[in-house]
Structures are given as structure tokens and as C-alpha cells.
Design a protein around this ligand. Structure first.
Ligand code: GLP
Length: 243
């Protein structure tokens, strides 16, 4: 595990951008696993800038998103599809046929999960998976207690996650209670993983990941078992880790 400590959110986004651009340019037909949330927003902004400068192109990129709320239409401003479209895809030369965000309004959610898995496999697997982390240590929407053997599945969101994500909604009642998420094993099958961590609210989760044991109670701790993980985290995120 390579750990890169940076000063703040901007420095994290900058370092993450260099990391991603290097991979997108080096890998022949890159398959990316993408994440939503506040954490990668700065990275996406910088990737758009790099694209505009002609320093990176997404025309050979395929992407798979980690998760999506159940019940939100893709045109709903709170859906992760909408997030990805407005914060990245609309501004770069990616082909929309090459992106896949789980469909949270599919009639058969189990089948949708299976199709996400099948599409990842058909693409040859994920080359670089980008991750954020929840304050409770979740990755994707894999809440504490999720089996490490899980594949893409429908999850019941924890109260704390619903509360944390309610900041994007008009009221907490509007936050979906379920989501589709790549499973832990789906994430672990990626060839390389980049975890971004910023801010004091994530400090405890990062400390548990770095200093604690590998346990399903801290989903992100599984990353210690992966051969190629880079963590880019800022000083505030490190504040509880004791290093
Ligand atoms: C959300 C998402 C995760 C994300 C995490 C942190 O619930 N499902 O994919 O990494 O929680 O979000 P944020 O970056 O907004 O803090």
C-alpha cells in the first residue's frame, strides 16, 4: 500500500489527477471504476481542465460506477448517473455508450446487479478503481458487516449514511434507503485501486484502516489485502492516525 500525505483537499485532487492522467495515457484501453461524492469532485474538475488542455483523452476509456441509489431516475439531480454526467462525462470526449452506472430504477434489481458484473467482466475487468470512504469506513455503499465475498448487490443504507448524504437532498425523508453497489470482491478484483480521503470527518475511518485489523466491520480495511493500492489523503484526514 502506498500512502501519499498531502496538505489539503486541493493538493489531494491535484495528486489524484496526475495519478489518473498517467494511467489513462499509459493503458491502451483503460477501464476505470468511478466514484461519486464530494471527495472526487476536485479530481473531476481537474481532469476536465487537462482534457481541455489536450493532455488527456477519454475516447478509449470505459467506465463503471461503483454505486447508485435505488429508485432515483437517471435524470434526477441526486442520482449518481446525473452526478457523473454533469461533473465529468458532459465535459470530456468519453462515449456515453462506454459508461455504465448501475440503473437504480431497473424493474429487476437483482438482474441489474448481475448485468453490472457481466459488463465489467466483458470489458476485461477494471484497471483503476477510484474510491472514497464513508465516515463509518464504507466503500461504495458497502456498509460495515458486508461480506468480503460480496459482488454487486442491493444494500440497505445505514442511518448514518442516510444522514451524511442528506446534505444533497431537500430533506432526509427524500434520501433513498437502498442502493445498488459493487461488492467488496468486485472492488478487490480491480487491478489497481486509488483511495482518496479528505477532512477530519474521515479521520477515524482512515485511522481504523491504517492501524486496525482487517475486518468486515471496517469495509475499507480489506484494501490491505489488495496488492496495488494507493491512498492519497490530506493532513486533516490523517489527524487521528498518529502519523
Ligand atoms: C457515499 C458514496 C461513496 C463515497 C462516500 C463518501 O455514500 N456511496 O461512494 O465514497 O459515501 O462520500 P463523500 O466523498 O461525499 O464524503
Amino acid at each position: 500500500m502506498e500512502i501519499i500525505k498531502v496538505k489539503d483537499y486541493d493538493a489531494m485532487s491535484e495528486a489524484a489527477c496526475s495519478f489518473m492522467v498517467e494511467r489513462i495515457n499509459r493503458i491502451d484501453h483503460p477501464v476505470l471504476g468511478l466514484a461519486t461524492g464530494s471527495t472526487p469532485e476536485g479530481l473531476y474538475k481537474r481532469l476536465i481542465e487537462k482534457y481541455k488542455l489536450g493532455e488527456v483523452s477519454f475516447k478509449n476509456v470505459k467506465s463503471f460506477n461503483l454505486d447508485e441509489y435505488v429508485g432515483l431516475d437517471k435524470n434526477d439531480p441526486n442520482s449518481y448517473y446525473y452526478f457523473m454526467k454533469t461533473k465529468l462525462f458532459d465535459h470530456v470526449d468519453i462515449f456515453m455508450d462506454n459508461v455504465r452506472v448501475p440503473n437504480g430504477t431497473a424493474d429487476d434489481l437483482q438482474q441489474e446487479c448481475q448485468e453490472h458484473e457481466n459488463a465489467i467482466r466483458a470489458a476485461g475487468g477494471i484497471d483503476v478503481q477510484l474510491l472514497g470512504i464513508g465516515a463509518n469506513g464504507h466503500i461504495g455503499f458497502n456498509e460495515p458487516g458486508t461480506p468480503f465475498t460480496s459482488r454487486t448487490h442491493v444494500v440497505d443504507l445505514e442511518e448514518s449514511t442516510i444522514k451524511a448524504n442528506s446534505r444533497f437532498f431537500n430533506s432526509i425523508e427524500e434520501v433513498p434507503t437502498q442502493a445498488i453497489s459493487m461488492g467488496i470482491e468486485t472492488i478487490m478484483n480491480s487491478k489497481e485501486i486509488l483511495l482518496l480521503v479528505s477532512g477530519e470527518s474521515k479521520a477515524e475511518a482512515l485511522a481504523k484502516l491504517l492501524n486496525g485489523e482487517v475486518t468486515e466491520e471496517v469495509p475499507a480495511s480489506v484494501l490491505k489485502n489488495h496488492p496495488k493500492v494507493t491512498i492519497i489523503a490530506d493532513e486533516a484526514a490523517f489527524s487521528a492516525a498518529g502519523n
